[in-house]
Design a protein. Structure first.
Length: 89
């Protein structure tokens, strides 16, 4: 815990996110099974579809932290202009 921090902090990340359009939970399970078995008849096709090596254990912590920092800046409270005092009659 960072003293004085008033926003969420990433403590731990486990595993990679499923690839986009993998087909939900069951599609991701099939994808992992196929890429783990070089002898599977769909192995090469899946790696080509994904465009490279996929490591389900790699959480890409640096990318996650970069995104958190970008969002923290975007959502940080903006300084408010002081209100003008009401005019007296």
């Amino acid at each position: 815990m960072t003293p004085g921090a008033d926003y969420q902090r990433l403590v731990r990340a486990i595993g990679a996110c499923p690839p986009e359009d993998v087909g939900g939970f069951l599609g991701y399970a099939d994808f992992l099974k196929v890429i783990a078995d070089p002898k599977h008849n769909e192995h090469d096709r899946m790696l080509e579809w994904y465009a490279g090596k996929f490591d389900p254990e790699e959480a890409e912590i640096g990318r996650i932290l970069d995104n958190f920092e970008r969002l923290a800046k975007k959502w940080a409270p903006k300084p408010r202009k002081p209100r003008a005092a009401p005019k007296r009659l």
